[in-house]
Design a protein around this ligand. Structure first.
Ligand SMILES: [Fe+2]
Length: 267
């Protein structure tokens, strides 16, 4: 067992079972996971894959009782995902990926915060504005692979579809703060067999490969994130604790229009 100290919470990781343990009264509402067969339609190559290969687990709505009202006031939820090490047919294990829906009465979709607690993540982000029009071919305006290390966090700005990839050789543990009532759109990603890039691991090296199901995938950038203390994102400072300390800094999750340039400048 080892403590996931980067979370600032009493969370422990059992390296044998690959499960998280929540201690000292920290509560978790629900959990679940996905095996390779449940990722069908989203993978680089599915022929011959090991169907019961375990890909990831998620733990939803992690909170101390004393903080529950604050999270509810903002309509926020803190979750953790653990992506297992290893590959499925040489593709690094990943989450399904989705787009966020629109904020009621606004022209923008909901942002989200991702924080790496242990291991190394690659977040594939693609900017798409017509994801909710089933009659139109999905058009990726921009695509980035963001490499994020333990202790670092990123903001997914409005319109950026995203999936999380284990870019390291150990388990990847990351948290997210999301708006509870944010609609999630998985279908437009599934219709294209994943996001615009796949991460393959061959001889220890990661290679990013374009997804040929899209009409075109723009040239991609591999970037590392920048912090922004005005938005509550300071590397080495746990996001859960930053929210408790200064919840007003996380206003960008509900009113992103005021913070668009600042959010995009961090990637
Ligand atoms: Fe999301």
């Amino acid at each position: 067992m080892r403590e996931i100290i980067t979370s600032g919470l009493p969370i422990w990781f059992n390296e044998e079972t690959m499960r998280l343990e929540f201690r000292e009264g920290l509560t978790v509402d629900s959990d679940g996971g996905k095996d390779a067969y449940q990722m069908k339609g989203l993978l680089y190559q599915e022929e011959g894959m090991k169907a019961d290969e375990h890909c990831y687990d998620f733990y939803r709505d992690i909170v101390f009782e004393k903080h529950r009202a604050l999270f509810a006031k903002y309509d926020f939820r803190y979750d953790i995902t653990v992506i297992m090490p290893g590959t499925v047919n040489s593709e690094c294990k990943k989450t399904s990926g989705h787009y966020h829906g629109y904020i009621p009465g606004e022209q923008l979709t909901y942002p989200e915060v991702y924080e790496v607690l242990s291991g190394e993540a690659i977040y594939i982000l693609q900017k798409v504005k017509n994801f909710d029009n089933p009659d139109e071919e999905i058009e990726i305006g921009e695509i980035k692979a963001v490499r994020v290390k333990a202790g670092q966090a990123i903001i997914i700005p409005p319109f950026w579809g995203h999936c999380s990839i284990n870019g390291g050789t150990d388990a990847l543990v990351f948290s997210n703060i999301a708006v509870v009532s944010c609609p999630l759109h998985y279908e437009p990603i599934k219709n294209k067999h994943g996001l615009g890039l796949y991460a393959l691991r061959n001889n220890g090296e990661i290679q990013l490969v374009k997804n040929q199901s899209y009409k075109s995938v723009p040239d991609f950038k591999v970037v590392t994130p920048l912090e922004n203390s005005d938005l509550g994102i300071e590397f080495g400072k746990p996001v859960y604790q930053e929210f408790i300390k200064s919840p007003e800094k996380f206003d960008f999750l509900l009113h992103p229009d005021r913070y668009l340039d600042a959010m995009e400048a961090m990637l």
